[in-house]
Design a protein around this ligand. Sequence first.
Ligand code: AMP
Ligand code: MN
Ligand code: MN
Ligand code: MN
Length: 272
Amino acid sequence: MIFDLHSHTTLSDGSLEPHELISRAVEKGVDTLAITDHDTLDAYGEIPPLNGAINLIAGVELSTQWQTTGIHVLGLNVDLDSAAIQTAAQTQSGARLERARRIGERLEKKGIEGAFEGARELSPGSYIGRPHFAQHLINIGRVNSMNAAFKKYMGDGKAGDVKQQWADLPQIISWIRDAKGIAVLAHPLKYKLTRVKLKKLLDDFIQAGGQGMEVVSGQQQTYLTRDMAQLCEQKGLLASCGSDFHGPGKPWSELGVFPSMPGNVTPVWDRF
Ligand code: AMP
Ligand code: MN
Ligand code: MN
Ligand code: MN
């Protein structure tokens, strides 16, 4: 059984529409898929009839910050009709718009005018994020690739990296739990924290009601999977796994393609 509990559509920064993503997941042999767009549930308004081809788990990837680090928390198996998750999406979308304005102002100081308007035009739904600014910078010829855009303007510590706009970690987790979902720390290795800091983050996450962590996030080396599984077990968390697929040819894993979950952990789907 393949569980892929982390993926994106065009309603955030993925390149496949929900129906295309679902078809591809079926093709790739995924049995259970969670669509987890950044800070929006818009994809769930565009789900085609599934006819039993795949099991879809309602999810979202919420942005927040811990100390000075931007982090992501997955809400899995959330009740889409709950006031809590709808408030979460609305509040975070509002924060994104506000942040996008500030990103625009910061880029203007770098001599790039109209970036906010440019990015907003590229965003079809309620998600507006750094990838839209990066694409705009490519479109106006400032840079010639996504990578260059992030390296020069949009990446961590650069002008376009505006933090501190999100609801805080306890609020994010409360929204997920109030929506009867499971709060899972996404890709713990992506934050490049020291061991001590990662453990502190997990402690704070658990203290705030967090219930799981991604033990497997896309392709990762065996020793890291073992290490994450051990940490997960030590902290008494549920274990999740997913590709974080953003689209064909994009620098994330293919749907369903990642190492299998180690046996010493309790998978998050035991609670679905
Ligand atoms: P935001 O959610 O607005 O902070 O934008 C972050 C998103 O940018 C992440 O979810 C990634 O999908 C994307 N991203 C981050 N770094 C890169 C990069 N170097 N190249 C392409 N996309 C990136
Ligand atoms: Mn993304
Ligand atoms: Mn993420
Ligand atoms: Mn993601």
